[in-house]
Design a protein around this ligand. Sequence first.
Ligand SMILES: [Cu+2]
Length: 148
Amino acid sequence: MTSFVAAAAALTSGEPLWRTIEQPLVLRLAVTAAGLALIAAELWWFLARHGEAVAAREGERGLQEITITVDGGYSPARVRLIAGRPVRLTFHRLDPSGCVAKVIVPDFRRSLDLTLNARTSLELPAMEPGEYPFHCGMAMVRGVLEVV
Ligand SMILES: [Cu+2]
């Protein structure tokens, strides 16, 4: 309340409502450096590769199978597959965030609703060598199928 009264007094007296506070150069440099570090961390989080690819295991009928844990991200986020063989991805969702309730594989126009604390499977046809991304409903959590 006092600050409101002070502001009202300043308004009527014609004094400026704010003033520039000079900060030491070292402090300004530190704030700039911290900002740049946060930008670098954000780029790393969204754009960099996270971890090595994990190979899918050989299942029945030549089906390649892998379980991907969904908890704050996909683990593994890179899955290595062999070209020319169908695949079954099983998502084990432990993360209650609605963000990861859906997973999308754009190249195959497939989307899958994941039930919390359950395993949900998606079968995909044999693929050509290449990289096929998958991501959550808003594309913030990402993974990639690395087909060799
Ligand atoms: Cu999301």
